[in-house]
Design a protein around this ligand. Structure first.
Ligand SMILES: O=C(O)CCC(=O)C(=O)O
Ligand SMILES: [Fe+2]
Length: 291
């Protein structure tokens, strides 16, 4: 019997809802032991420094590439695989763990897609995040959870495609140096998009052990954490790419030069570890990924 992941049954309605909306709350996915260990991992992480807001948001702490044997035990757990298989046909390849901490009055990330986390696969290829709150989330009290938008309210397939085209466009580098570029929302939703996203957002309560699965096409944001009895809200996110997702060094290099051109520091992307791949190769074929 697994000590970390519960075996859960996902109803036909939930499956349809995930297929349509791109997100699903999975109740009691993790045991208390798993949450305790992830909480410890996140609490011990070092805050990343000197990185642009697209990485760090308004958090008290963000730790990238945060993983240990607990993470590894979770993604290789039979129950974990069984649960996800009910929702996603292909196998998943784990890429990265990220820890987030909000202290009261911090607002986290504005509406975004996880472009920075999935910057090394082709724009149309699939990837997923499992967001695991490490404290209860109460939408009537302190909030601090996440807000997410059903895919059909604002389909996003063009978001990645547009950016993929732009980073390869001969005039884009020059445009980035102009005043106009300061008004472009490259990593976050624009003010107009925010109007629609705010209107259609969903925000749920979470008990400790519940998690949210979302695909890379779902807009989401942190919900500011209000003052209250909890001193901090932590969450741990596991990122996965679909076994059919293909490598794109073109996308990776393009997005990196954009961040560097703005004078910001970058974190080494997971994508740069996949040195045995060339554009178009399956990520799952790399010897540097884990299952
Ligand atoms: O924990 C948060 O508030 C943000 C998490 C997030 O955006 C993510 O996991 O992709
Ligand atoms: Fe995110």
């Amino acid at each position: 019997m697994s000590l970390l992941v519960n075996k859960i049954t996902i109803s036909p309605e939930e499956k349809n809802s995930f297929a349509e909306n791109g997100f699903i709350k999975l109740k009691k996915l993790f045991t208390d032991e798993a949450i305790d260990k992830l909480r410890y991992l996140t609490a011990e992480s070092n805050q990343v420094e000197k990185v642009p807001e697209s990485y760090s948001g308004d958090f008290s702490r963000v730790g990238y590439d945060l993983e240990n044997e607990v993470t590894q035990k979770i993604y290789s757990d039979e129950n974990f695989k069984y649960n996800l298989k009910q929702l996603i046909e292909n196998e998943l390849t784990f890429t990265q763990g990220v820890g987030f901490e909000l202290k009261p009055n911090r607002k986290g990330f504005n509406f975004h897609l996880d472009l920075v986390s999935f910057n090394f696969i082709k724009p149309e290829d699939l990837a997923y995040s499992i967001w695991i709150p490490l404290n209860p989330i109460n939408t009537k009290e302190q909030h601090g959870g996440m807000a997410y938008v059903p895919r059909k309210a604002y389909p996003t397939s063009g978001y990645y495609a547009l950016r993929y085209e732009l980073i390869q466009h001969q005039d884009f580098a020059e445009f980035c140096q102009t005043e106009d570029f300061n008004y472009v929302d490259f990593f976050y939703a624009s003010k107009l998009e925010n109007l629609v996203l705010e209107k259609n957002k969903v925000e749920d309560d979470f008990e400790v052990g519940d998690a949210l699965l979302l695909d890379k096409f779902v807009w989401h944001r942190s919900v500011p954490f209000l003052k209250g009895k909890l001193p901090s809200r932590m969450a741990y996110t596991m990122r996965f790419v679909d076994s059919q997702a293909r490598y794109s060094k073109t996308f990776l290099d393009g997005l990196y030069s954009l961040i560097k051109a703005k004078g910001d520091h970058t974190l080494t992307s997971f994508g740069y570890k996949l040195t045995d791949l060339k554009d178009g190769d399956l990520i799952s074929k790399s010897k540097f990924v884990s299952w």
